[in-house]
Design a protein around this ligand. Structure first.
Ligand code: SAM
Length: 281
């Protein structure tokens, strides 16, 4: 180890053959390894015949660990940070620690490798020149619908993480908030035995998830095609509906009035008004 450093080491998201030689070498050589769940990492280390000291670092004790890590670095020792799977800090603990270590002037060295987000994007077939990663949306329905409404006009490919418990609810909320026509890709259990990548419209994939219980199992990356740039009429509708909502009309009334004024279908205006109402603070 050339100088005292914190190594952020990526580990497999399923297939253990994705562990890099450099990751093994670093995990064997550092003074100790900070791990999200020491039992999970112990299994990984034993698979590769690595023996090293493991210290837990998770969302609930991260702040308290910072001083300890800085003290070890100050003694000239290096350590590694790993999460249960994939790349640390990507919807996983470590942000506070890395911030504190860099601020204290120590080096933080990435040991890159698997991440579900990048693996999923690489096979989705959706635009990847730009994308918007939102991690996990809120678990509660209202907050999740509000978050989706705020992302409705996002033109970049949207990437989300989701668990099996909420995949159906997420797709249901996408249908009600964004409509059913957009292209969606579900990447499930990547690099594992039951890996599956499903492509279709929001409506079609929601139907598939509802009818096939296997499609509700495992870990998911959900990728949604970005919104088409709003047509001028749509922009006018947004302005008109915002105004009507600000004047105190309900979503239903606003859609009705806008439909009469513009001659456009009330359903589409109702959906837009619903999204705008959820967007409001
Ligand atoms: N740090 C990890 C990474 O770099 O991918 C992500 C950790 S986050 C707590 C866990 C979420 O990542 C899962 O709920 C799922 O959405 C996604 N994920 C992890 N492994 C996956 C896999 N093998 N296939 C699909 N999604 C996965």
């Amino acid at each position: 180890m050339p100088e005292p450093s914190l190594y952020c080491v990526a580990t497999p998201i399923g297939n253990l053959d994705d562990m890099s030689r450099r990751a093994c070498q670093v995990l064997a050589e550092v003074d100790c390894i900070y791990a999200e769940d020491t039992r999970v990492t112990r299994q990984l280390l034993s698979h590769f015949g690595i023996q090293n000291r493991l210290v837990s670092l998770h969302d609930h004790n991260e702040a308290g660990r910072v001083a300890e890590v800085l003290a070890v670095l100050a003694q000239g020792k290096s350590m590694a940070l790993v999460s249960d799977a994939g790349t640390p800090l990507i919807s996983d603990p470590g942000y506070h620690l890395v911030g504190a270590v860099t601020q204290a002037g120590f080096r933080v060295i990435p040991v890159p490798g698997p991440s579900a987000l990048i693996a999923a994007l690489s096979v989705a077939g959706l635009p990847t020149d730009r994308f918007c990663f939102e991690g996990f949306l809120p678990a509660r329905g209202n907050a999740r619908r509000k978050a989706l409404a705020a992302l409705a006009a996002e033109p970049r490919t949207l990437v989300l993480y989701e668990s099996s418990h909420r995949i159906e609810a997420l797709l249901t909320d996408m249908l009600t908030t964004l409509g059913g026509e957009r292209q969606l890709v579900l990447a499930r259990e990547l690099t594992k035995r039951f890996e599956q990548v499903c492509r279709g419209t929001v409506e079609a994939l929601l139907q598939a998830v509802r009818t096939d219980e296997n499609l509700r199992r495992g870990e998911f990356v959900v990728m949604l095609a970005g919104a088409e740039p709003a047509a001028p009429a749509e922009q006018d509708n947004t302005t008109l509906l915002r105004l009507l909502l600000e004047e105190g009309l309900s979503v239903r009334q606003a859609a009705k009035v806008a439909a009469r004024l513009t001659g456009q279908p009330r359903n589409a205006l109702y959906r837009l008004a619903t999204a705008l109402a959820q967007e409001a603070p």
